[in-house]
Design a binder for this molecule. Structure first.
Ligand SMILES: *Cc1c(COP(=O)(O)O)cnc(C)c1O
Length: 336
C-alpha cells in the first residue's frame, strides 16, 4: 500500500520556528482543517498538543469533536453551531449572528478587504448591538489576509482596517477579547508580532508560502509520500506503457507498476510534462486510477518529499497537493 510518512522532528522544528516569531507557543492556534491539510488530523493533533499547543482551528463541529480532548480552545470556522464550552464559532455574517443561539462563544469575523467572508466594517455597530442583546459570548474578533504572501500594499491596508476594528471594539467596552488576523504568511512576514494569536496552517506543515523577496524562515516539509511495487516487467524497444500507450520504451528496460494513482488523490497531470520523483525517476505514461509506472524494480519508491516542488510541477499550490491525498492512505510517524 502507498503510504505517507509524517516527520515528527520536522513538524516540531516548524512549530518552534513559529513560536519564536510569535513570542510564545500560547499564541499559536494550529489549523487542523481538512484532515490537517491532508497530513492526518489525529497524528498531527497529538504531536502539536504534546509540543504544548493548546489551541486549534477546524472547519466544522465534526472536526472539532475529533480533536476536542487534546486542546483547550478550538475555533470552528463554519457549519452548524452547536454551543460547547471549548468551541468558539467564527461568525461570517449578520444572518449567522441572528441565527446564533444565545450564550454561544463566537469569534466575530470582519471583512477587512478579502471580500470572501465576514461582516462589513459598516455592519460592526449592528453586530455589537446584537451580541449585547442576545447575550452572545464574544471571545474573539478575527479577519483574514487575502495576500499576505505577496509584496504590495493590500496587506497593510487590511492590517490598518483591523487595527481600526480593535479600537472600535474596545470603545464599546469589551475586554478580554482576542484579536487575530495572521495566517502563516502573515506571521512569516512580521518582524514584531503584537497580535494575540496566529492561525498557523501551511507553515506548520513545512511550506513557506512567501514571495522570495521576504526574509526566509527555514521550514521543513512534514509529509513524504511513498508507493510500493505491484509487479515488474521487461519492455523491448518500441513497447508502450499504460492507457493510450503514451510512453514508448526507447530501448530494452525494466519497468514496475506502483500502487498509487489519481484514485488516491495523486494528480493525473499533463502527459506532455511527466512528473519526476525526488530520485529523478519519471512517471512513464499515463497515471491510472490506482497505478503508476516507473523504470526499475525497487520495492518502494519515494514519490514526493516536498509538496511545494510537486505543486510547482502541477501548476498549483502545496495546500492543494497535500489536501488531495485521501484519508485512507496509511500515515506513519517517523523521527528523523
Ligand atoms: C486556512 C485558514 C488559515 C490558515 O492559513 P495558512 O495560509 O495555511 O496559514 C487561517 N485562517 C483561516 C480563516 C483559514 O481558513
Amino acid at each position: 500500500m502507498a503510504y505517507i510518512k509524517i516527520n515528527r522532528s520536522n513538524l516540531i522544528h516548524n512549530l518552534s520556528q513559529i513560536a519564536l516569531k510569535a513570542g510564545s507557543v500560547n499564541k499559536i492556534a494550529i489549523v487542523l482543517k481538512d484532515n490537517a491539510y491532508g497530513h492526518g488530523v489525529g497524528k498531527i493533533a497529538k504531536i502539536a498538543s504534546n509540543f504544548g499547543i493548546t489551541k486549534a482551528v477546524v472547519r466544522n463541529y465534526a472536526e472539532a469533536k475529533e480533536i476536542e480532548e487534546l486542546f483547550d480552545d478550538i475555533i470552528v470556522l463554519g457549519g452548524a453551531i452547536i454551543p460547547s464550552p471549548k468551541l468558539s464559532y467564527a461568525i461570517n455574517s449578520i444572518e449567522k449572528l441572528i441565527s446564533c443561539p444565545n450564550d454561544t462563544r463566537i469569534e466575530l469575523k470582519i471583512d477587512t478587504g478579502m471580500h470572501r467572508n465576514g461582516i462589513a466594517l459598516d455592519e460592526l455597530q449592528i453586530a455589537i448591538g446584537m451580541i449585547k442583546d442576545k447575550n452572545i459570548d464574544l471571545v474573539g474578533v478575527m479577519s483574514h489576509f487575502a495576500s499576505a504572501d505577496e509584496l504590495g500594499s493590500e496587506y497593510f491596508y487590511q492590517y490598518k482596517n483591523f487595527q481600526n476594528v480593535k479600537k472600535i471594539i474596545n470603545e464599546y467596552g469589551f475586554d478580554n477579547i482576542r484579536f487575530h488576523i495572521h495566517n502563516s504568511a502573515g506571521i512569516l512576514r512580521t518582524k514584531e508580532f503584537k497580535e494575540d494569536l496566529v492561525r498557523l496552517g501551511i507553515g506548520a506543515y513545512g511550506y513557506n508560502p512567501m514571495d522570495s523577496a521576504f526574509e526566509n524562515v527555514e521550514l521543513k516539509p512534514v509529509m513524504s509520500l511513498f508507493a510500493k511495487k505491484v509487479s515488474s516487467r521487461m519492455l523491448l524497444a518500441g513497447q508502450r506503457v499504460g492507457y493510450g500507450g503514451e510512453f514508448t520504451a526507447p530501448k530494452e528496460i525494466t519497468v514496475s507498476t506502483y500502487d498509487l494513482g489519481y484514485g488516491d488523490g495523486w494528480r493525473r497531470g499533463d502527459i506532455k510534462q511527466p512528473y519526476i520523483t525526488p530520485s529523478g525517476k519519471e512517471i512513464l505514461g499515463r497515471v491510472s486510477m490506482d497505478f503508476i509506472t516507473l523504470e526499475g524494480d525497487k520495492e518502494e519508491v519515494c514519490i514526493m518529499e516536498d509538496a511545494n516542488a510537486t505543486a510547482k510541477h502541477f501548476g498549483t499550490i502545496s495546500y492543494e497537493i497535500t489536501c488531495a491525498l485521501h484519508a485512507n492512505i496509511n500515515r506513519t510517524i517517523v523521527d528523523a
